[in-house]
Design a protein around this ligand. Structure first.
Ligand SMILES: Cc1cc2nc3c(=O)[nH]c(=O)nc-3n(C[C@H](O)[C@H](O)[C@H](O)COP(=O)(O)OP(=O)(O)OC[C@H]3O[C@@H](n4cnc5c(N)ncnc54)[C@H](O)[C@@H]3O)c2cc1C
Length: 409
């Protein structure tokens, strides 16, 4: 049996795993880093399948991990992208209340944004129309976030991978399976070889709860995967918003509602979405291939219970968001933001993503914040949902800080 060893082993080469490696190098902690990913290419899951929005930090409860890392993470990732000349659309974002009774939420978001260190401005309907002539606000007010930007997520992942490889980080890809031996600080790979580590970071996104359990961690969490489908405006649609346009979200569930996002392409494509409906498997992007019947049945039962007890305002989520995978209802939601949208203006996009949303069986609630569980010589990053892409550099710093007492390098 062959044996390899490294100071730091990172499981998962999505944006979070890559950013942990980036921070270890930036801070001169070690260069002996191995990243192990189950796929032949990086970016095949959430980090390559998201909206690419660098969020400005408006939504998150002050004091939460999301609030701590979003503003700083966005600033750092944005300058990293700019320094490398990667595509970036500095288009900002407008948030509007689709119904008048949601108007007060604009003040809540403005307050949260300011507390989190984000720049925000309350606008009237004229200012909104100057930015997006077709947009509508139900209350006559809107919230403007000048620092929201859009990148091309795959180009970021690929460039970061290349930068790390150039600095000597080893990448083992197509590593589908391993057996964890936490007490020996070792993994046994599918070819029988042993990989020993000084410290391990589990950044496996949609599989992170399963991987954590194989290390005896996070037994109370289950993944509740929510699929995000996107539509897009056709080329010949008479209006093409050049700024992000979002509805005021329901802050009791971790989804932002269907929104318009111009891409970071030279001629931006405007996507509408993503939806948030239960997926029948962790990686069930399309068709029936990756369905996990046992998991789907258990998760339907969880959602049915959440609905009946209306925990965390779940009934409103089901009525307003779970149904948006149906095109007529999606068009209706889009019309709340831009009344001129018609079914013939939109087409289904190829893009589809699945959120690594966790359900806590002890509290019977969806987890809202990132979770970093520290075990012996290992950290397990769970619930790395939005804005983990935006926040990745600052989140990685925090993950590394928490691990430092055990890093012993
Ligand atoms: C539809 C959608 C839209 C979103 N929009 C935004 C947005 O606009 N802005 C934003 O900031 N965030 C957004 N997010 C969230 C963001 O995409 C994620 O928070 C982020 O990409 C998480 O990165 P990650 O590295 O944890 O996971 P991933 O990108 O999923 O990476 C995990 C990696 O682990 C690997 N892996 C899995 N299991 C194993 C294993 N057993 N062994 C080895 N490797 C393994 C996978 O192959 C994968 O490469 C969105 C998410 C979705 C789904």
């Amino acid at each position: 049996m062959s044996e390899h060893s490294c100071d730091v082993l990172i499981l998962g080469g999505g944006m979070v795993g890559l950013s942990v490696a980036h921070q270890l190098l930036e801070r001169d902690i070690t260069t002996d880093i191995t990243i192990l990913d189950k796929e032949p290419e990086l970016g095949l899951h959430s980090s390559g399948r998201n909206s690419g929005v660098l969020h400005a930090g408006l939504y998150y409860k002050p004091g939460s991990l999301k609030a701590k890392v979003c503003v700083e993470g966005a600033r750092r990732l944005r300058s990293w992208v700019e320094e490398r000349g990667l595509p970036l659309n500095p288009c900002g974002k407008v948030i509007v209340p689709p119904r008048a009774e949601l108007d007060a939420q604009l003040d809540v978001l403005a307050e949260r944004g300011r507390e989190n260190g984000a720049e925000v401005e309350l606008w009237d309907a004229n200012q909104l129309r100057e930015k997006i002539p077709e947009a509508r606000t139900a209350s006559g007010r809107a919230l403007w976030s000048p620092n929201t930007a859009v990148v091309k997520p795959l180009s970021v992942v690929r460039r970061l991978r290349q930068d790390l490889a150039d600095q000597g980080v080893k990448m083992y890809q197509s590593q589908h399976d391993f057996k964890a031996r936490p007490t020996q600080q070792q993994l046994i790979l599918s070819d029988g070889s042993a990989l020993s580590y000084g410290y391990l970071f589990n950044c496996t996104g949609l599989q992170a709860d399963r991987v954590a359990r194989s290390f005896g961690m996070g037994n109370q969490y289950n993944l509740l995967p929510f699929k995000g489908l996107y539509w897009q405006l056709k080329d010949n649609c008479p209006f093409q918003p050049r700024t992000n346009l979002y509805p005021v979200p329901d802050l009791s569930v971790p989804f932002l509602g269907v929104h318009f996002t111009p891409s970071a392409d030279e001629t931006p494509v405007v996507s509408i979405g993503p939806t948030a409906t239960l997926a029948f498997g962790r990686e069930n992007y399309r068709g029936l291939k990756a369905i996990e019947p046992g998991m789907a049945a258990a998760n339907i039962a969880v959602l049915a219970r959440q609905y009946l007890t209306n925990r965390g305002g779940f009934r409103r989520y089901v009525h307003e968001q779970a149904v948006l995978a149906l095109p007529p209802l999606l068009v209706r939601a889009a019309q709340e933001l831009i009344p001129a949208v018609k079914p013939e203006h939109i087409e289904l996009s190829q893009k589809v993503g699945i959120r690594s949303q966790l359900f806590n069986r002890t509290t019977e609630r969806l987890e809202d914040d990132f979770l970093c569980l520290n075990g012996p010589c290992s950290t397990h990053v769970l619930n790395a949902i939005s804005p983990a892409f935006t926040a990745s550099f600052a989140l990685a710093d925090l993950i590394v800080d928490q691990a430092l007492p055990q890093l012993n390098l």
